[in-house]
Ligand binder design. Structure first.
Ligand code: SF4
Length: 236
C-alpha cells in the first residue's frame, strides 16, 4: 500500500498512460485515454494493477513517473480520444493535483474510477463527468474498517450519474453488494455487477453466473472487455 505520503497539488504520480476502449460499465467500448495513477490505500487480493502500489513486488522508482500538471495536460490534449478515464491505484489520493489538471484539459469527458474510501471535494465533483465507484467487498481481503468508509460511500451515492460497480467473486460478495445497495439507497440503474477474473474463461463464466442475479435485481452486468481480450496485460 502506498498510503502515508504527501502528494503535491502541482504534479501527478503516474503509473501509465495509454489509449484504448473503455472495458467496463456504462461507457463500455468508448475510445478513451487511460490515466492510471500510482499509489493505493487498499491492498485487494485480486488486484490487477499491483504495480501501482505493491512495492514489495515492484520497484517504486521505475514504476512511477512524476508529471508536472501542465506537461501532463499537454500530453493528454495531444491524444485522440475525447474521453479520459482516470484510474489507479486510488486516484483520489491525488485529488488536489486532479483539481489542477482537469481544468487544463481540452473539454474531455472525464470519468474517475475509485474504491469510494475518500470523500471527493466539491471542486472535484464540479470537474468530473462520471464517477465509477467500486466499493471493495469481502473477497478483496481488505479489513472491513479499511475498505468500508460509509461517509465517503454516502457522499458518492448522492452524486447524480455515479455508477456503483461491485466485483463479485463469490456469494458473500453478492450478499454484501445487496446490503450496501440497500443501506445507500442506490437506484437499480446505478448498480453494476462485474465478474472477478483475469482471463476470458473466468470472466465469461462469472458473467454467466451474474446474469440471473442482475435480472432479479434490475441491475446491470458489466463485462471486462480488456481482460477478456488481452488477459492480465498492462496498458490495454
Ligand atoms: Fe488494486 Fe484497486 Fe484494490 Fe487498489 S483498490 S488494491 S488498485 S483493485
Amino acid at each position: 500500500m502506498g498510503q502515508p505520503r504527501k502528494f503535491s497539488p502541482d504534479s501527478v504520480l503516474v503509473a501509465e498512460i495509454f489509449d484504448s476502449l473503455q472495458g467496463e460499465g456504462r461507457n463500455l467500448g468508448a475510445p478513451s485515454t487511460f490515466l492510471r495513477l500510482s499509489h493505493c490505500n487498499l491492498a485487494c487480493s485480486w488486484c490487477d494493477t499491483p504495480y501501482t502500489w505493491d512495492w514489495s513486488r515492484f520497484d517504486q522508482a521505475s514504476e512511477i513517473k512524476q508529471w508536472d500538471v501542465d506537461a501532463l495536460a499537454d500530453d493528454l490534449n495531444e491524444r485522440g480520444p475525447a474521453s479520459l478515464v482516470i484510474t489507479g491505484g486510488e486516484p483520489l489520493l491525488q485529488a488536489q493535483a486532479l483539481e489542477n489538471l482537469i481544468p487544463r484539459l481540452a473539454g474531455h469527458f472525464v470519468e474517475v474510477e475509485t474504491a469510494g474510501t475518500i470523500i471527493p471535494s466539491h471542486a472535484l465533483i464540479e470537474l468530473v463527468d462520471q464517477w465509477n465507484v467500486s466499493p471493495k467487498l469481502a473477497s478483496s481481503q481488505n479489513p472491513l474498517k479499511r475498505r468500508r468508509k460509509t461517509e465517503a460511500l454516502e457522499a458518492f451515492a448522492k452524486l447524480r450519474g455515479a455508477e456503483f460497480k461491485f466485483v463479485i467473486g463469490d456469494d458473500k460478495d453478492l450478499a454484501e453488494a445487496d446490503e450496501l445497495a440497500e443501506s445507500l439507497g442506490l437506484s437499480p440503474e446505478s448498480v453494476w455487477l462485474m465478474p472477478e477474473g483475469t482471463d476470458a474463461t473466468s470472466i465469461n463464466e462469472g458473467a454467466k453466473r451474474l446474469v440471473p442475479e442482475c435480472l432479479r435485481r434490475g441491475w446491470h452486468l458489466s463485462y471486462r472487455l480488456h481482460v477478456a481480450l488481452y488477459g492480465d496485460q498492462r496498458g490495454v
